[in-house]
Design a binder for this molecule. Sequence first.
Ligand SMILES: Nc1nc2c(ncn2[C@@H]2O[C@H](COP(=O)(O)OP(=O)(O)OP(=O)(O)O)[C@@H](O)[C@H]2O)c(=O)[nH]1
Ligand SMILES: [Mg+2]
Length: 267
Amino acid sequence: MRLTSVLRGAVVGLRERFDFGGRDVARWFPGHMAKGLKDMKTRLRVVDCLLEVHDARIPFSGRNPLLKEALSIRPHLLVLNKMDLADLTHKSRILEQLERQGLKHVLFTDCLKDENIKEILPLVTKLISNSERYQRAENVESCLMVIGVPNVGKSSVINSMRRLHLRKGTIRDHLVGEEIIADYLLYTLNHQQQFSYVERYGLTSPCDDVESVLKSIALYLGKTNRIRVRTGTGDVTVRAPNYNAAACDFIYSFRKGHLGKVMLDQA
Ligand SMILES: Nc1nc2c(ncn2[C@@H]2O[C@H](COP(=O)(O)OP(=O)(O)OP(=O)(O)O)[C@@H](O)[C@H]2O)c(=O)[nH]1
Ligand SMILES: [Mg+2]
């Protein structure tokens, strides 16, 4: 047993609550934030989604109350950053409580290890395409605004996204729906040495990694979502491949026989 847990059980007489002793607790919402909020509201017109960064150690407090009004008019993703510093034993309870407050889309991140950062853009893309006001076609540019109180890691999140998406490309953790089917078809085609897809989609060589194939297909077909991330120091554009659109095209072409003759059952 760790010393701390022994102590937790053994030490008695510790304070149950913190007594502020009548001290006037400073209003934490200073003037410069009011100004920032005013600027933000002006710029909100061109924004498709809001990414609010906050500290994972204070999931319920310290968020700017005036943001709520602004947040309700755009799809909103709450990123609880610095998860490496937070005790997340009760993570599911935290998520439930946030959901009761109307916060349905929440991600925990750690910018030091780029943890979960790659989940952000696919989720943002989904939120934007699901939002009624912004029914958008593919390949249009979307605009994401990153907001949050000072020092929560806004710049770090943007830099991590930049690092992951611009240099290495979007990496996804889980394949879903059509992507799994596409993966199976890719496996089959490669297994049967049927490489028509290479030429059809302008690849350089056969490849057995579905993620990389779908990414190439998306770029080749121009099925990408461009997301402009507004930051205090200029905008960053991230181009996210639309994996699902690529997978659908791959499956469609397969069904139409454009990827060559195949045999799905073994004789
Ligand atoms: N441990 C840990 N530290 C982090 C993480 N993300 C950011 N930090 C640190 O938190 C501090 C603030 O990060 P910034 O990215 O500058 O935060 P910000 O919200 O842009 O701050 P302002 O622009 O000043 O409002 C820096 O010292 C970062 O290194 C994280 O996931 N884990
Ligand atoms: Mg910053």
